[in-house]
Design a protein around this ligand. Structure first.
Ligand SMILES: *Cc1c(COP(=O)(O)O)cnc(C)c1O
Length: 227
């Protein structure tokens, strides 16, 4: 497993997808998804140029936190339980998974003067096993976030359905981009529509072609997960 080679290969594929979409490769942030990955291997990815890492469980996030260089940005990409907010609220750079008001309330309460950047997770495909707001409820949800001064909506995130055919997921990414543009046009004062987080190992190139500027990549960098 040559992590340096994998990172270079991923960055190259990201750049090519960006060019196909007429966009600059530098505008796309690669979040290396480090769930189940030990600090040693994470450091190899950082040495190869990774500057953003993403965990999906709070316990793992906290365990590795102190061993990761301060300049590396930390993303929380998985479902966040309200009672775990207190463990990460002072450590996280971007939360990708805001999906309910009770969570917004707890983040706001625990922020201690900070403003916590969040993405709203949207369940575009409406799969029952997935978290996220349905698109029909998205605008109302955003309006309800207005009173929470210590969180700031920075964009949207989605997880596409698992499919062996990447073209089958393209419409879900295109749809999230439409929602992103629509909300941006509304000009809500408590929202900066800056980040569109979509695309993983199986589908990140299609996601970039459809407008993603954050991709979350695990296996293409660290190999298959067996735990
Ligand atoms: C695990 C995970 C990823 C990365 O998946 P890979 O297929 O390993 O690239 C991305 N986003 C979320 C929310 C995840 O849980």
């Amino acid at each position: 497993m040559d992590i340096r080679y994998n990172v270079e290969r991923v960055l190259d594929r990201v750049a090519q997808a960006a060019h196909r979409a007429g966009r600059a490769p530098e505008d796309i942030t690669v979040v290396a998804v480090t769930k189940t990955v030990d600090v040693d291997r994470i450091m190899q990815a950082i040495d190869a140029g990774i500057r953003h890492i993403g965990e999906n469980r709070v316990q793992e996030f906290v365990k590795k936190h102190e061993f990761i260089p301060a300049e590396v940005k930390r993303h929380l990409i998985g479902t966040l339980q309200t009672n775990k907010v207190k463990y990460i609220v002072d450590k996280v750079d971007l939360i990708h998974s805001l999906d309910r008001i009770s969570l917004a309330k707890e983040l706001n309460r625990r922020a201690e003067g900070r403003v916590i950047p969040v993405l709203i997770q949207v369940n575009v495909s409406k799969e029952p096993t997935k978290s996220g707001i349905f698109e029909e409820e998205l605008e109302r949800f955003i309006e309800q976030l207005q009173p929470f001064e210590h969180i700031r909506v920075k964009g949207l995130m989605t997880i596409a359905p698992l499919s062996s055919d990447v073209e089958a997921v393209r419409p879900y990414f295109a749809r999230l981009k439409e929602l992103f543009d629509r909300i941006k046009d509304k000009g809500y004062p408590h929202v900066d529509m800056e980040y569109l987080s979509m695309g993983m190992t199986n589908d990140f190139e299609v996601a970039i072609e459809e407008g993603a500027n954050i991709v979350r990549i695990g296996r293409a960098i660290f190999g298959e997960r067996y735990v």
